[in-house]
Design a protein around this ligand. Structure first.
Ligand SMILES: [Zn+2]
Length: 112
């Protein structure tokens, strides 16, 4: 029996590296420091704080994703890209296309 064709590693690596570069660029953008703005009103101050919190949340998300991308690239270097690191099943190509940094199958990813 022929083994099922594995994921397209070159394409996956390119996708991972492109996403990584995009996230780094995003993180490189300065967050407006508090105190540099003179607040016209409490509402303006509140919305400024809200914007900062949102920026911080986005940065956290970007950092987590960079971590996941690095992890996926390490798995690729180890020859284990596309294999669920929890149960060892092959991760479907459709999942890897949408989430190239996935290192678990949908089932195991749910319990993370
Ligand atoms: Zn699994």
């Amino acid at each position: 029996m022929e083994p099922a064709p594995g994921p397209d590693l070159a394409a996956a690596r390119a996708a991972l590296q492109a996403e990584r570069a995009r996230l780094w660029a995003e993180l490189g953008e300065e967050i407006e420091a508090p105190g540099q703005m003179t607040y016209g009103s409490q509402a303006a101050a509140a919305s400024h704080v809200f914007a900062q919190q949102r920026d911080l949340a986005l940065r956290e998300q970007a950092e987590r994703r960079i971590h996941a991308i690095d992890h996926a690239l390490a798995r690729m270097d180890a020859g284990k890209y596309g294999v669920c690191e929890v149960c060892g099943a092959a991760i479907p190509a459709e999942r890897l296309e949408v989430v190239p940094w996935a290192t678990t199958c949908v089932n195991c990813g749910r319990h993370k």
